[in-house]
Design a binder for this molecule. Structure first.
Ligand SMILES: Cc1ncc(C[n+]2csc(CCOP(=O)(O)OP(=O)(O)O)c2C)c(N)n1
Ligand SMILES: [Mg+2]
Length: 404
């Protein structure tokens, strides 16, 4: 950990903790983090064979460990099926997270239910951990009438206010200043809330990175800025994005303590994030986390990564699979076995199937939702434009491929 411990100018007034939300109640409040990360190298707790060095286990409750495993397996199955739906033309677009399950699930588990999440591109599992049902997620992907945004957002851009999950923005890097500002607002209001703001490696080259990091440091914003370094920003490799030895060390220039963690090690991600969340909650300001991981599939369903990267690289990262590594740990601890795995996977597949079937029952959004919710009263101009669009229906002029 670099930097010095700073005192917060304003002490947060702790409010009574909110009631746990659906989907989070099973995450038992963990013990204090077993590690306070150091800036030297990569924090890694779980070995490939599922062992953890003596004294390094963060000591999570069994129920929590199983919840983390369930969420990692569930998002993997969800991804697999959603990509299939996209290829079948049942949804327009999908952005998979294969390979990054531990980075998302482990970091979210380090929060309290009252804390807020500002996702970047690949944290949909966070909304589900906070209670967004799979059916609701698929409603969003279809953009049907039951979708909270009534089909007006791009697929994968979930929003879930009830779970303190801010609506996803695809504009790279904007999440950083949103998260930093929201955390400052929470402190001004006296809310005992920490904000976890995500970004990809690509976002560290965006102007918003500078603004967000600088503001966070100067004002000791109670946030954790979490970079999922998955080695690629669409077709641009990390070597073409930054000449810094690590992304984590960028924190140093801003005066933000930083840490680099093995993003495929759910226990290390949890421990590092937990320590950072505690720092923020105590009034010691932000932490910058770089989780080193890998995007094993395309950037999205519209991308073909074989055009720009070597298959051998993908194969090498497959060997560092975060789900396999965590399952090895659970098996060693006697919490898991092949018998449990088979029934469990079947249950998850069924859950996803049921959610698809339920979501596909929902009708498309009503036509007038094209113009509602912008002004309190729909303006005459918008009414006119709606009538114009509806008059074109059935003539095939509004059909076309998804643009991205
Ligand atoms: C400001 C801005 N510039 C460019 C884009 C186009 N774009 C969409 S995703 C992406 C790459 C993002 O890479 P990274 O931040 O590493 O996230 P990842 O997709 O790897 O999770 C880019 C350049 C955008 N959405 N916003
Ligand atoms: Mg990336």
């Amino acid at each position: 950990m670099s930097g010095k411990g700073h005192k917060a100018p304003v002490k947060a007034k702790a409010k009574a903790a909110a009631k746990p939300r659906a989907g989070t109640a099973r995450v038992a409040t963990p013990k204090p983090a077993a590690v306070m990360p150091s800036s030297a190298g990569l924090v890694r707790l779980l070995e490939d064979d599922g062992t953890v060095a003596r004294g390094k286990d963060p000591g999570l409750a069994e129920e929590t460990l199983l919840f983390l495993y369930e969420q990692m397996v569930q998002v993997r199955e969800f991804d697999r099926r959603m990509l299939m739906l996209q290829r079948q033309g049942r949804i327009g677009f999908y952005g998979p997270i294969l390979g990054q399950e531990a980075a998302t699930v482990g970091s979210i588990a380090a929060l309290e239910p009252r804390d807020w999440i500002f996702p970047a591109l690949r944290e949909g599992a966070a909304a589900m951990m906070r209670g967004l049902s799979l059916t609701e997620a698929i409603n969003q992907l279809i953009g049907n009438g039951a979708d909270r945004c009534k089909g007006r957002q791009m697929p994968c851009h979930y929003t879930f206010k009830q779970g303190n999950y801010y609506g996803m923005s695809s504009v790279i890097g904007t999440q950083i200043s949103h998260a930093v500002g929201a955390a400052m607002a929470a402190r001004i209001r006296g809310d005992d809330v920490v904000v976890l703001g995500y970004m990809g490696d690509g976002a560290t080259s965006a102007n918003d990175f500078h603004a967000g990091m600088n503001f966070a440091a100067v004002y000791r914003s109670p946030c954790v800025l979490f970079c999922q370094n998955n080695q690629w920003a669409i077709s641009v490799p990390i070597s073409k994005q930054s000449a810094s030895e690590t992304l984590a060390q960028k924190g140093k220039a801003y005066g933000i303590p930083y840490v680099r963690v093995d993003g495929n090690d759910v226990l290390a991600v949890y421990s590092v994030t937990r320590a950072a969340v505690e720092r923020a909650r105590q009034g010691d300001g932000p932490t910058f986390v770089e989780a080193v991981t890998y995007r094993r599939l395309g950037h999205s369903s519209s991308d073909d990564p074989t055009r720009y990267r070597d298959e051998a690289e993908v194969k090498a990262w497959e060997k560092k699979d975060p789900v396999d590594r965590f399952r090895a740990y659970l098996t060693r601890r006697g919490l898991w076995d092949d018998g449990k795995e088979a029934a469990f996977k079947e249950g998850i597949a069924q859950r996803v199937n049921d959610a698809i079937a339920a979501a596909e029952q929902n009708a498309p959004p009503a036509d007038e939702t094209l113009v509602t919710d912008v002004y309190e009263h729909v303006t005459p101009q918008l009414k006119e434009q709606l009538a114009e669009v509806l008059a074109l229906e059935g003539r095939g002029v509004n059909e076309g491929a998804f643009p991205l």
